[in-house]
Design a binder for this molecule. Sequence first.
Ligand SMILES: Cc1cc2nc3c(=O)[nH]c(=O)nc-3n(C[C@H](O)[C@H](O)[C@H](O)COP(=O)(O)O)c2cc1C
Length: 516
Amino acid sequence: MGEAAERPGAAARRYHNGTKHSAAKLQTDQHYLDWEIKPHPFKIYPTIEPIALPRDGAPLTVPGFTAISASGAVAGGSTVAVPSLAVLARILQLSAGITRTKVLPDGEEYYFRAAACTGALYHIDLYVICADLPGLAAGVYHFGPHNAALHPLRRGDYRGVLVEATASEPAIAHAPVTIACASTYWRNAWKYQARTYRHCFWDTGTILANLLAVSAAERLPTRLGYGFVDDTVGTLLDLDPQREAPLALVALGWQPSTPRPQPPPAPVHFETAPLSSREVDYPAIQAVQAASSLATPADVAAWRTHTLAPSPAPAASSAEVALHAVDAAALPTESIDRLILRRGSTRQFAPRPIAFEQLSTLLQVATPAGASDVGGSTSELYLIVNAVEGLAPGTYVYQPDGKVLQRLRAGTFRREAGFLGLGQELPADAAVDIYLLCDLDLVYGRLGNRGYRVAQLDAALIGGRIYLAAYGLRLGATGLTFFDDDVTEFFSPHAAGKSVMFLAAVGHGQRAPIHG
Ligand SMILES: Cc1cc2nc3c(=O)[nH]c(=O)nc-3n(C[C@H](O)[C@H](O)[C@H](O)COP(=O)(O)O)c2cc1C
């Protein structure tokens, strides 16, 4: 059913409500992991000759914190910024490349990647659409983490197709390179079933947090694009519309000239290796993807006029604690590439408290005013503080404008944090749990079903930055899943009516990550 025939956001609301976790639902869940059909975590094109990527970029000198804070906020507009192949290679590698290998007890090698991913199932691939660059001819390429290579899907300058698909979004038009993120659902749905559509954005968010920070360190402007004609981008990238979906575009770099809009290209249909002997379809994923798709450039242009206004600043409250960030001069100077290379989700937190300055820095760095084609952020940060020196344990909501934490409830909530995080120990042991909530009704009212994608990815990008900032501070972090309605209820009445999009836990790691 078309969006016009229903309440705005009806399809997204159906999907979101239908994929909520609750204790009762988990108890009756019949799903089991069928190891016989565990999908291969890589997209392999047997007939395409790969182009090996160089690994010889000059050392990055920009401190990691500077890069994370500037991520997504480096504006293009007057300075020519065209990445070379070596720079592009580093951006891809530090966003979605393999960074560590673990040999399992049965001898199987397991490959971990630069960004955290639900279940380490790695269903998000990156694609490059570019003009002629120093070292790389114009074309459309798939980035293969397994061989650290580009796979040419189309040769020639196809950026005009993106200009058409985004209704002439200026950042895309001026970008020498656009990077597209796409999911092959089955690689994640094998374990997470229909909930994978949420993970499409969660796992894109952690990748893009890296990508935007590394690009900032390379002094390249970036702009995140949510609005595009899905079918056109899917055809350009040779995606299978039943099994795969383009999720987001990132315009990278700037040059004065712009390509002419081009109509969608003819399909190419490259062979890809089967992921497993059989795949299971989850129609709820296809339904929400279709309902949140934009069909024509006119639809994209109309959609983009409904940008998000910044949320009104809440009234000042007496229970406010002003942030007190680590002095800029005292921040670690480790570069973003080194930080990403030692990143890994914390598997056990020590009960030791973190400093209030560390929490303050993390909150500030994780919520920069990033640039996207829909304007402001949709996320609100709610905290359970378990152990932060100088901050009473309890629940808080962060107000980024005033850089203050508003206290909601005093008390020790470790047990509750454990329950809300699906009964896991990680959120109970962490120093702080940060829940990203969103007023979805407000988002649907402005952006319809596609607003759901914005809300999920906006939260996940902040989550990805929380990961990076925590590691930069020599702390540990992990993403976590949660019981949806219980989280809202826990933070109510303040959070009444809001939905949880992402959860990140931060603290001191008890020991090195299992694969570290
Ligand atoms: C959005 C998100 C949710 C996650 N949820 C959980 C979780 O509920 N429990 C858990 O132990 N790990 C969770 N993880 C951590 C992943 O298992 C981890 O990222 C993956 O195994 C890859 O390992 P790495 O992050 O150390 O590279 C989550 C990660 C992300 C990005």
